[in-house]
Design a protein around this ligand. Structure first.
Ligand code: COA
Length: 332
């Protein structure tokens, strides 16, 4: 019997309109466009402004666009997974809110928390529900409103992050397409280096935690940088090796957009030329779980059926990993 795989049959992204440029950041913290551009590759990022608007707005707009372009009835969706570290609220899950907003009344839904690797973890999980035959249509969302946890007085973090995300539809196929392999890792000993200290059960919100600015993302940038360069490249090279892929076989590297220098180092270790690397960090910064679907959405018109894509990401946890997939359709 032919093997059933899960293939991406559509992708759609969404970013808010407000553009926060490096020049505007110069008026907020002691930084400059030249430093940000050379150290990170970021020129601008999007910010979701407006009272009461959370990550579900990004997810809802992405899924609405996805349903429309794939001509999918929301009632046919079996499962919605949302990867995010900035849920609308601790519970209910943001995926539940999105499902309600789009009319996915027959679906169940939940969030997963794996920081910048969240979309990849969700994609692997969603694919397995399809491969087992349990579900026919699964939506995986990666979305974050990072501006809700960024301290705009901290120049080491506020220059990096932005708001945005996207969603993909997974469906079964017996063609030689779809999610072929994934290699996912995590290491909780990395927790001190990239985290948000308060607001969870260990340090619930209090006057003290607010005063100490513990509800903001914080990082030890140099430690994270080193970890990312070594580990994101390592798993990407390993996934190529175990699938007998040479650099010439890979049509696109789809890397997490955290720092252009990390992207370049990863591509170089894989032997992939810059012309085959998806990059939009200059326009969106690091949207955490949102970066990979935003890349796929941006580059969708250049992707051809059967193209070999290697996805790679790392993030808080630490979490990291790589996915090898064969793209499912030609440009429409
Ligand atoms: C944050 C990051 C861009 C900093 O770049 P870096 O080259 O490591 O810079 P350093 O932290 O060594 O700082 C170098 C100097 O620039 C200064 N600096 C830091 N942020 C600055 C800013 N926004 N503007 C100007 N100067 C800044 C530092 O204070 C330091 O000054 P000093 O030498 O006088 O102490 C980089 O470490 C990084 O990208 N790390 C990974 C972060 C990441 O990817 N996080 C998300 C994970 S998903």
């Amino acid at each position: 019997m032919e093997k059933t795989r899960a293939v991406i049959t559509g992708v759609h992204g969404w970013v808010p309109d407000y553009v926060l440029t490096n020049h505007e950041l110069e008026t907020m913290v002691d930084t400059n466009d030249e430093w940000i551009t050379t150290r990170t590759g970021i020129k601008e990022r999007r910010i979701l402004k407006g009272e009461g608007l959370g990550t579900s707005v990004i997810g809802t707009e992405s899924v609405k666009g996805l349903l429309e372009k794939t001509n999918t009835d929301p009632k046919d969706i079996d499962l919605i997974i949302c990867a995010t570290v900035t849920p609308d609220m601790p519970f209910p899950a943001t995926a539940n809110i999105i499902a309600d907003n789009v009319g996915a009344v027959n679906s169940y839904s939940f969030d997963i928390s794996a920081a910048c690797s969240g979309f990849m973890f969700g994609l692997t999980m969603g694919a397995q529900f399809i491969e087992t035959g349990a579900h026919k249509k699964v939506i995986v969302i990666g979305a974050d409103k990072m501006s809700s946890i960024v301290n705009y007085e901290d120049r080491t973090t506020c220059i990096i992050f932005g708001d945005g995300g996207g969603a993909v539809l997974l469906e079964p196929t017996t063609e030689n397409l779809g999610i072929m392999d994934s290699l996912l890792r995590s290491d909780g000993s990395g927790a001190p280096y990239l985290n948000m200290k308060a607001g969870g059960s260990r340090r619930p919100a209090s006057m003290e935690t607010v005063a100490a600015k513990e509800h903001f993302a914080r990082q030890e940038g140099a430690v994270v940088f080193k970890f990312a360069v070594n580990n994101m490249a390592d798993v990407s090279v390993r996934i190529m090796e175990r699938n007998n892929l040479g650099p010439e076989d890979v049509a696109w590297l789809v890397p997490h957009q955290a720092n252009k220098r990390i992207i370049d180092a990863t591509a170089s270790k894989m032997g992939i030329g810059p012309e085959k690397v998806m990059v939009n960090i200059d326009r969106y910064g690091n949207t955490t779980a949102g970066t990979l679907p935003l890349c796929l959405w941006d580059y969708e018109s250049q992707l051809k059926k059967g193209d070999n894509l290697v996805l790679a990401a790392f993030g808080g946890g630490f979490t990291w990993g790589s996915i090898y997939l064969k793209w499912g359709y030609d440009p429409k």
